[in-house]
Ligand binder design. Structure first.
Ligand SMILES: CC(C)(COP(=O)(O)OP(=O)(O)OC[C@H]1O[C@@H](n2cnc3c(N)ncnc32)[C@H](O)[C@@H]1OP(=O)(O)O)[C@@H](O)C(=O)NCCC(=O)NCCS
Length: 228
């Protein structure tokens, strides 16, 4: 497990994060709608939020009462102060680009109402939203989003930069490849493998393996377009 990630030896309620050093503050990268939800998770988990970095906002703007501190160019000064970071940008490829370009200490945050099973591992930079359930022996990569009330069943394997959207459900022993998004309200049957770089649209039902990167919709899932 990379530093900043979490391993759960027994089942847990959320509401905590990795054991951050005393008084360590968290900076959220991205001050949009998703950034707000991530900030709410951080506060609910009892972590200290310093503010946001966002190239599209003016320093001093307030989001949930916390300041926009600057843009991505300012990340170094907050890293030097010992802050930890979470990238709160919905685009999987953008999260990946930022994490690749900025090798700082990322942290993991889990909402108090999330349920995490025994034997689960969660990678650094991943955020688990309210009501999400991650069942035993699932493994979740780095910089993933487990969004509101999603279900990640036992023995799932989620690669880095995956986004499981609100109310999406993955049955047991599902594999999801890097940077794939499982859209809102989608379902994936047990033992199915979804390859990297896919987007399953809202309400998609996957009952067969998906091996070609692309956008899929419908029940059962059909290819809308290959990834260009
Ligand atoms: C799949 C998706 C990306 C397609 O978006 P798009 O490329 O802009 O596609 P369009 O809206 O032009 O639709 C193209 C066709 O696919 C159909 N379609 C689009 N999304 C669909 C879906 N979720 N289920 C079934 N059909 C869908 C459209 O009806 C349209 O069909 P038509 O050509 O017969 O009229 C988008 O609709 C979607 O579902 N996004 C995911 C939303 C989500 O999960 N948000 C949560 C964020 S936390």
């Amino acid at each position: 497990m990379a530093s900043g990630g979490l391993f759960f030896s027994k089942g847990e309620r959320g509401g905590f994060a990795e054991n951050l050093p005393f008084m360590c503050k968290v900076v959220v990268i991205g001050a949009g709608g998703h950034g707000k939800v991530v900030a709410d998770v951080i506060l609910s988990a009892g972590m200290e939020l310093l503010g946001f970095l966002d190239d599209g906002r003016s320093p001093g703007d307030l989001v949930l009462g916390y300041p926009v501190l600057g843009g991505l160019n300012d990340i170094g000064q907050y890293a030097d102060q010992g802050c930890r970071f979470i990238i709160a940008i919905g685009s999987n490829s953008t999260r990946r680009a930022i994490a690749s370009a900025h090798k700082v200490r990322y942290c993991t945050a889990i909402h108090p109402s999330a349920v995490i099973g025994a034997g689960v591992t969660i990678g650094e930079g991943t955020v688990v939203m309210a009501g999400a359930v991650v069942n035993p022996d699932a493994s979740v990569g780095r910089h993933c989003i487990l969004n509101t009330s999603c279900v990640v069943e036992h023995d799932n394997r989620l690669a880095d930069y995956v986004h499981i959207c609100p109310k999406a459900a993955l049955a047991g022993t599902v594999t999801v490849g890097e940077a794939t998004q499982i859209g809102i309200g989608s379902s994936v049957s047990n033992n199915i493998s979804i390859c990297a770089e896919c987007l399953l649209g809202a309400g998609t039902v996957a009952v067969r393996d998906i091996t070609v990167p692309g956008v899929y919709v419908g029940a059962p899932a059909r290819l809308l377009r290959s990834r260009s």
